[in-house]
Design a protein. Structure first.
Length: 141
C-alpha cells in the first residue's frame, strides 16, 4: 500500500505535545504522551477523584476520551490533521486504578479516512487490566 501523504503532512511527537499544551480539556485531564511512532501512540493519565463516577472508578466518558484521543493521534501521526468521524467503544471492565493507559494503532490509512484501534488499561499496584477496546474512523481535515 502506498502512503497517503508525504512525511511533511504527518504529525510528529512535537505536534502532539503542542496539542496537549494548548487544549484546555486535554490539560484538565492531564494527558501525557508516553510513546510515539508513526501509526502507534500511547498516552496515560492519572485518575483523580473528579474523574470518577458513583462507584469510584473512572467515568466511562474519561475512558472514551482516552480511546478517542489515542486513535486520533495515531491517525494524525500518519496523515496529518484529523478529526474523529465515529468510534465504537466496548467497556470491558470497571476502570479501577490510579491511572489509565491507552494504546492506539492505525489499522488502515486511506485518502479520506483512517481506521484505528485502541485498547484502554487501568493500572493499579503496577498491574495493567484491560477495561475497554475501540475501533474508530478518523477523517482527514
Amino acid at each position: 500500500m502506498s502512503e497517503p501523504q508525504t512525511t511533511e503532512a504527518r504529525f510528529t511527537r512535537a505536534h502532539l505535545e503542542q496539542a496537549i499544551a494548548i487544549s484546555p480539556f486535554t490539560n484538565w485531564v492531564g494527558t501525557k504522551l508516553v510513546d510515539f511512532e508513526p501509526g502507534a501512540v500511547k498516552i496515560a493519565i492519572d485518575v483523580r477523584n473528579d474523574m470518577t463516577q458513583h462507584h469510584g472508578f473512572a467515568h466511562g466518558a474519561i475512558v472514551g476520551y482516552m480511546a478517542d484521543t489515542v486513535c486520533a493521534w495515531a491517525a494524525a501521526s500518519v496523515v496529518g490533521d484529523v478529526v474523529t468521524s465515529e468510534y465504537k467503544l466496548n467497556l470491558l471492565a470497571p476502570a479501577v486504578g490510579d491511572s489509565l493507559v491507552a494504546t492506539g494503532i492505525v489499522v488502515k490509512a486511506g485518502k479520506r479516512q483512517v481506521v484505528t484501534r485502541a485498547d484502554v488499561f487501568a493500572v493499579k499496584d503496577g498491574q495493567e487490566r484491560i477495561v475497554a477496546t475501540a475501533l474508530a474512523t478518523i477523517a482527514r481535515v
